[in-house]
Design a binder for this molecule. Sequence first.
Ligand SMILES: NC(=O)c1ccc[n+]([C@@H]2O[C@H](COP(=O)([O-])OP(=O)(O)OC[C@H]3O[C@@H](n4cnc5c(N)ncnc54)[C@H](O)[C@@H]3O)[C@@H](O)[C@H]2O)c1
Length: 372
Amino acid sequence: MGFVLARSAVSSVRLAAKGPIIRSALAKPAIYRIPVQSRAFSVAAPMFKKNEVIKETEVPVSIYSPDGKGVATGPDHFSIPVKAGATPVTAPVEEAENEDVVPLDPKVYKAMSPTMQKMTVMGKVIIITGGARGLGNHMARACAEAGAKAVVIFDANQELGDEAAEELHRKSGIDVSFFKVDVRDGNAINAAVEQVVDLYGAPDVLVNSAGIADSNIKAETYDPAMFRRLIDINLTGSFLMAQSVGRAMMAAGKPGSIILVASMSGSIVNYPQEQSCYNASKAGVIQFGKSLAAEWAKYSIRVNCISPGYMDTALNKVPALDAQKKIWRSLTPQDRLGAVDDLNGLCVFLASDASSFMTGSNVLIDGGYTLY
Ligand SMILES: NC(=O)c1ccc[n+]([C@@H]2O[C@H](COP(=O)([O-])OP(=O)(O)OC[C@H]3O[C@@H](n4cnc5c(N)ncnc54)[C@H](O)[C@@H]3O)[C@@H](O)[C@H]2O)c1
């Protein structure tokens, strides 16, 4: 027997079945039939009867846990009731910013399992550009919490950079320093990196988060001087920082991890705002990171990119963007912008030895935006 469908459903079935549609001569109004051999099909698990709706009233649970002395005990069996009807969906709560910085206690580190130890940055020297505020600042805090020996902030903003370094040191108790460096200035970067080596030893990690964005600028009216400036900060800056820190790692014969903050805009074209230069700069960062990863694997230097989606940072806290933010959210499956600390876990992971076989990757972290 054929599969009978009402007319309104035909176009979707035509797509799904990819088979010829045959009009039944008997049917009124128009009814369409798909031959048996080409219709869509599904395979169900054999223990369930066809069309059976599963509605258990309780869920059996077996829990295996150690007793208070860490000795494994027998299973604890019980059932939990199932409430009728769907669990109401509540609006997500905006994550409050945790202002505390809790450094990793060496005693706690020693007590960790080998897997968890690898996921820390214990004893590492970490340079973070753009660490004065925003995503870079929160990644700096996360590194301090994950065991860094020293966190070094490079930023072009003197006042914010100084404040950020003082605050991070006061809260974490670890060594923190700030260098007022513009990532376009190769000589200043080299001098600063040399000083970092003198102070703490060769860096283990570079997180390059310094960057700017121009958006809502049409390519036909884009000032070439602005275009060059953005490329200079976002792309040339990534190169100058990676080159300087990479050389210091090579000179010390130290393995290292370089993390370049790119953007999902390096892989997709944003909507609705026009921002060709920013997108091009970040695509350049991603391809630069991959090339560097291939070149520097022989020095045990890993290079990976983080590509964030829309994040709720000062970069986007512009009233003119409010209307567009609604569109961005609507195009993001998680229906929100990223929190300012949403890159922290990935940053620590890429900086840590837990990601030691990972190089040349570009990790999207975007609430699902690029799925659509
Ligand atoms: N916020 C987002 O939605 C978003 C999305 C994708 C990617 N990104 C990228 O993440 C990175 C950080 O963004 P953010 O939102 O934290 O921005 P932000 O503006 O809050 O912070 C950027 C920091 O970089 C510093 N900086 C800017 N130009 C510099 C230069 N020439 N030299 C040295 N320091 C400089 C600034 O002083 C600031 O402290 C940027 O590279 C940005 O392109 C951001």
